[in-house]
Design a protein around this ligand. Sequence first.
Ligand code: UDP
Length: 319
Amino acid sequence: MKRVLVTGGAGSIGSYVCEVLIRRGHEVVALDNGPSLKVEHLFDTGRFKFVQDSVLIPEVVERLVDQCDTVIHLAAIADPKRYVNEPLNVLNVNLKGSLYLLDFCARQKKRFVFASTSEVLGKNPNVPWNEEADRLLGPPSINRWCYSTGKALIEHYCYAYGQQEDMPFVIMRFFNVYGPRCDDLGQGRVIPIFLEKLLRGQPLIVHGDGAQTRCFTFIEDATEAVVELALNNAALGLCFNIGSDRETSILELAKAMKKAGGFKNPVEFKPHLEVFGKSYEDIPRRIPDVSRIKQVIGWEATTSLEDGLKKTIDFYRQP
Ligand code: UDP
């Protein structure tokens, strides 16, 4: 049995990760500055503790790292609108919080399992991307790239602490994870935003021409990958893409969501500039090469987009 600290443990991916860890017999401490709503069903398992606090408070971080063997660091601000509108918060949470955790993990030789992102590769046109692919970003004057840069810097720190201080680590790069209870409706990423419009009978707003693509990864698949990577020694010292390799354009996504839920909403198009202003740039294609994760832990995404969307829509339709 492991004692695992999950930062962002009451959040989208975090709540699922806590659930699977508990199901597998581990003890879990979830650190989150948000409400406990998504993890309250774990309260009476006897192996779950919720600490409502911030990764930006070093004393809290030190105490909790001290109590565990492994840290799965998921706490972050991961919402493109917020990269543009509040870059300072995005940088502070994503960098400062991670640096406190890294420092204490390195000192205490605790395993640091870091939630990075496919966003670190930016707009590299050579898809699919393996974990060693080049990063291609726009200039720092474009706020969009602050999230990518912060996450990539923490990846550098993982390698540096691993090399110079023997800190055990694993890096995970997520590719557009979605699913039930992943976000509040209308917030964050494209799927909860579309879903809110669908449920309210409003038009879906596709940015640009809708030809930009993503690989949407169902939360339950992603969670299995996180837990396995966090606990399997074969993953140590490596970076892994966690994603489905099915490429879907945003226009196809809009149609797939309408079909999955039997919705008839119209689709409208709006230029990115009108939605986000000048400090945003879109990523034309984002596709993972998933051979490494398949080879090292035998994982691949198995939920089809259609099934995942149905489950997500059913969840949000519940009264
Ligand atoms: N998008 C869209 N309409 C929306 C929300 C998002 O067309 O209401 C597009 C967005 O411009 C991007 C893609 O969907 O091209 C994925 O955006 P998301 O915010 O989910 O995050 P990203 O994958 O860019 O990090």
